[in-house]
Write a new protein. Structure first.
Length: 485
């Protein structure tokens, strides 16, 4: 069987990448060794930047309908209710940032909605199918599957999790540290409506015997996510339903009978680690296969989504628009520094929380400020910019654009040439989609021409078109097209 890309792992990373490639007309086969999608809540927070990605991919309305804002924290000591507080700063949407708050939605539901979108686009996903062998040459890769098939493709993406067998097979090491040697338990439980906890708060017993306990209500129904730690580093974590019920009864005012059902449970130790490389020949690492986070701060799943979004448009340009293969080198050079920074955020938040000094989480976890100014794909040709000016490599803000919004103009697998306070260049033919738009003025952008990459970052910026055609050619986009907005 021949295809363009093999994606291994149907978590958020693999699903987002498969969706992005499908809408670009890139053939991809997504294989998942499990018989179904992951069933638990594990990564339950979608940050504002990820919401922008999901908007572009056409799945955000469904995500918003299935999710909710984070509830306020409520501290407990035994049966006594203590203070309430917001763990996450709450913000009002603005012209530039339409999705201003983190959305609470269990990972399992996010994956179901991504899978639904992928099937709408005709994506090819194979459950119960493991990768059993991998060979690569200068021309492509061959992937042996547990079904007995061999798939030949131009590239392969390992999105097979923190214990990635592909990463290990390639001999790529992971450099990192143990964030906390004490084990933790995370589980999804259904609680009786008569239980002492309500669905209006995220409940936490910081001084629970044996280790702190947190119960977060999940959107819809009677499900809660349970997270609890163990003070003994050598403790064996029992994830059976009976043990989960007994633990809750021992550490909180809930009884075992209050736990109607244990839907899923897992144990882990918080670790922060990053792969030494994100690419080996024609194989790319993405998501947890490339970086492993503490769950604190809700960064792991979101960083993984950004990996897929960064890699997807580059694969599309190389495979469908004759961009030079060297464009793919920028995946590793752009994503590794981001992953390192975000790992630091997760680790700091985890340790502060473990020591009882956790602070309210603000814009550092939202991923809106992350960018690629130091990338070879960030070409800024204007001089004399103010310190706070929008530059090449920055996230392109939203804003009004005629009867639409800029995000409406950007949405889709194309580049966008935006002129603000200057004329659009004369139309010339192009080899790939490049939409154009013009604003008479918009303070968020300043003045100039801005080429917006398909992943919503400013790739090139200039006061004139000098250097624009060369940049477009380098990313497989030909030259600017006539104005259509």
């Amino acid at each position: 069987m021949d295809t363009d890309v093999v994606i291994v792992g149907a978590g958020p990373t693999g699903l987002v990448l498969a969706i992005d490639l499908a809408r670009r007309g890139v053939r991809a086969v997504l294989v998942e060794k499990g018989e179904a999608l992951f069933p638990g809540s594990r990564g339950k927070g979608l940050q504002p930047r990820s919401l922008e990605v999901l908007d572009d991919l056409g799945v955000l309305p469904r995500i918003e309908a299935a999710g909710t804002l984070y509830p306020r924290m409520l501290g407990w000591e035994g049966t006594e209710r203590l203070a309430e507080w917001d763990m996450l700063e709450r913000s009002e949407p603005t012209e530039q940032v339409p999705y201003a708050n983190t959305l609470l939605i269990p990972q399992s539901r996010t994956q179901e909605l991504l899978y639904e979108r992928l099937t709408e686009l005709g994506g090819d996903i194979r459950f119960g199918t493991a990768l059993t062998g991998l060979r690569q040459s200068e021309d492509g890769v061959e992937a042996d599957l547990s079904t007995g098939e061999t798939v030949r493709a131009a590239y392969l993406v390992a999105a097979d999790g923190g214990r990635s067998t592909i990463r290990r097979a390639l001999g790529i090491g992971m450099t990192g540290e143990t964030v906390d040697p004490r084990p933790m338990l995370v589980a999804d439980v259904r609680l009786s409506p008569d239980a002492i906890v309500d669905r209006g708060n995220w409940h936490i017993w910081l001084k629970a015997p044996g280790g702190a306990v947190a119960l977060c209500p999940l959107p819809g129904g009677d499900r809660f996510q349970l997270i609890t730690g163990f003070e003994d580093e050598t403790a064996a974590v029992d994830t059976t339903p009976e043990a989960v019920r007994a633990l809750l009864a021992a550490r909180t005012p809930l009884s075992e009978e209050d736990v109607v059902e244990v839907l899923w449970a897992s144990d882990f130790r918080a670790r922060a680690a990053m792969a030494d490389r994100f690419r080996a020949g024609r194989v790319f690492l993405a998501g947890d296969a490339a970086h492993v986070h503490s769950p604190a701060g809700g960064q792991g799943l979101n960083t993984s989504v950004q990996d897929a979004y960064n890699l997807g448009w580059k694969l599309g340009q190389v495979l469908r628009h004759d961009a030079p293969e060297t464009l793919l080198d920028s995946y590793e050079s752009e994503r590794m520094p981001i992953a390192a920074d975000v790992l630091g955020i997760s680790t700091r938040i985890h340790r502060a929380s473990s020591e009882g000094g956790g602070t309210q989480r603000g814009e550092e976890v939202q991923q809106l400020m992350l960018g690629y100014r130091d990338s070879a794909l960030a070409v800024e040709t204007r001089d004399g910019l103010a310190e706070d000016a929008l530059r090449a490599g920055d996230r392109a803000p939203d804003g009004p654009c005629g009867e639409d919004r800029l995000f409406d103009v950007f949405r889709g697998p194309h580049f966008t040439l935006l002129a603000v306070g200057v004329p659009l260049p004369a139309p010339v033919p192009a080899r790939a989609p490049v939409r154009t738009a013009r604003l008479a003025a918009y303070a968020a952008y300043g003045t100039g021409l801005f080429l917006i990459r398909p992943d919503g970052y400013v790739g090139w910026a200039g006061g004139t078109t000098d250097g624009l055609d060369a940049y477009l050619a380098a990313v497989g986009a030909g030259a600017a097209v006539p104005a259509d907005a």
